[in-house]
Design a protein around this ligand. Structure first.
Ligand code: SF4
Length: 64
């Protein structure tokens, strides 16, 4: 699966990075970094990727 991030909607809460720290991070300015932008998540990261989607309070992450 791929995860698409809506950077305009993201408010930098960082909950996704807590759930999936290999996939998401916040940079020094608090902006979202998506390490698998435009890429398939490896199978072993799919469960935490889904948790990240579910954790986002502003629905800025979705499956593609
Ligand atoms: S949880 Fe949602 S709002 Fe927070 S950093 Fe992640 S994508 Fe952005």
């Amino acid at each position: 699966m791929r995860i698409v991030a809506d950077y305009d909607r993201c408010e930098g809460h960082g909950l996704c990075a807590e759930q999936a720290p290999v996939v998401f991070d916040l940079d020094d300015e608090g902006d979202l970094v998506h390490h698998f932008e435009g890429q398939e998540l490896p199978d072993e990261l799919e469960a935490e990727g889904q948790r990240a989607i579910d954790s986002c309070p502003v629905a800025a992450l979705r499956k593609a």
